[in-house]
Design a protein around this ligand. Structure first.
Ligand SMILES: [Ca+2]
Ligand SMILES: [Ca+2]
Length: 431
């Protein structure tokens, strides 16, 4: 009698070997069946309606042909304003090692799809081997608002500035002439080939500036006189401008180093002169200022004698002619017309332009255009004659512009004629 599991004997070469089997009831387990868990559905991500920031770069790092290759998508290595959901395809057959993005501050990847479905950043992902045309679909999100970088304010700095004799205002620098000065061009050895001069005793020029030092450059010659030089109204020196022959760009006066701040240089032509001199001329060619700031703007004066068709020259129509010289005109000259339809055009590069001329009892009316657009009608009639500012464009966008002045066939009822005059044009420019 054998029990289940016991050893038993196998009879050899025996026929009619019998086995008799007895069964018994074994009750089944009462434990409940194990539940097979229901798979959690992968949530469907909703694309965020944002765009990839401008400076995002997508890089695939792969092994192609034995070397590590950086496949930067796009050329030249930047993606510009790419909409969400844009797909990128690996350009060549490669074994990917890694891939990634470079985002600007405040942006990051939200999620992406590859061949194995939606992924979140940090999840494992499938690396296709030796696969070309592998595609990734990318959604970005803005994770913070970037803090704008404040524009740095440059610290005050010492800078040496050169001003030509026709630069009459720049930043904290201001050059003013008294009435009887001449403006002369085509001087070969002068700074920017021009110079201002006078030979009228008592005439002067003054420079106000914010800085620590100032230098006056001009010519010496056999007809030059002597000038008193004042700093902040204190007589500092008497400068003899005589030399036997003409020399340009002479350092006529250089101040000591002054306390940083606003100062005034004033130069006055005296009756004194070198016994060898034949005249009393003094000149201004250039002013140097050691300043504590860099002026953003400067103003140049174009005397009406600067005639021509080039940039920053005065293009008068044929009817204009030299005018009678009244008191206080710039450069001791002016240009006039009383023919309706006469025009003056000035092309320039800068941020503003001004027209100086006369008001008076015989002055007419002109229209002013900037860049071919009508800007202002100028009625320059006045009962008493005065040299003055007639038109100011105010601030224009920095760049090339054109001023056009056109004399009309109408006039103020009180005016006796149609004249307009041009004494000088001033242009504001940006350094
Ligand atoms: Ca000059
Ligand atoms: Ca003039």
């Amino acid at each position: 009698m054998l029990q289940p599991g016991a050893n038993w004997y196998i009879p050899i070469n025996t026929s009619s070997w019998n086995i008799t089997i007895y069964t018994k009831f074994v009750p089944t387990s009462t434990a409940p069946p194990t539940q097979i868990p229901t798979a959690t559905p992968v949530p469907t991500a909703t694309p965020t309606p944002t765009s990839m920031p401008h400076t995002s770069t997508l890089s695939f790092y792969g092994n192609a042909g034995g070397g590590i290759t950086n496949y930067v998508y796009g050329n030249p290595y930047k993606l510009y304003n790419v909409p969400n959901g844009t797909s990128y395809t690996l350009p060549t057959k490669a074994q990917l090692i890694s891939w990634g993005f470079v985002f600007q501050d405040g942006w990051d990847i939200d999620y992406y799809y590859t061949g194995s479905g939606p992924r979140q950043p940090g999840q494992a992902w499938y690396i296709p081997i030796n696969t070309s045309g592998w595609t990734i679909v990318i959604y970005t999100k803005q994770i913070s608002t970037p803090t704008p970088t404040p524009t740095p304010t440059p610290p005050p700095q010492i800078c040496e500035l050169e001003f030509n004799d026709n630069v009459i205002k720049a930043g904290s620098y201001n050059l003013k002439y008294s009435r009887n000065w001449n403006y002369v061009q085509d001087i070969p050895n002068a700074y920017k080939n021009d110079i201002a001069n006078t030979n009228v005793i008592g005439e002067s020029f003054a420079v106000t500036f914010v800085g620590t030092q100032i230098t006056w450059f001009g010519a010496t010659n056999s007809s030059c006189g002597a000038a008193k030089v004042y700093i902040d109204d204190v007589l500092i020196d008497i400068v003899d401008c005589y030399s036997p022959t003409r020399v340009d760009m002479v350092e006529l006066f250089k101040s000591d180093v002054l306390a940083s701040g606003s100062h005034t240089l004033k130069v006055v032509l005296t009756h004194l002169r070198n016994p060898s001199s034949t005249g009393h001329y003094i000149t201004v060619d250039k002013i140097d200022v050691v300043s504590i700031e860099t002026p953003a703007f400067y103003t140049i004066a174009l005397n009406d004698s600067i005639k021509g068709v080039a940039n920053e020259q005065l293009k008068f129509s044929a009817e204009w002619r030299p005018g009678a010289i009244g008191g206080g005109v710039y450069g001791n000259d002016c240009t006039i017309t009383n023919t309706p339809g006469s025009t003056l055009e000035v092309s320039f590069v800068g941020t503003g332009i001004k027209w100086y001329g006369a008001k008076g009892a015989n002055i007419g009316i002109a229209d002013v255009y900037i860049d071919d657009a009508f800007v202002e009608r100028i009625d320059a009639y006045a009962s008493n004659r005065i040299e003055t500012l007639l038109f100011d464009s105010n601030t224009l966008p920095d760049g090339p512009h054109t001023l056009r002045i056109e004399l009309l066939s109408i006039k103020n009822a009180a005016s006796s004629d149609y004249y307009i005059t041009v004494d000088k044009i001033e242009i504001t420019k940006v350094y």
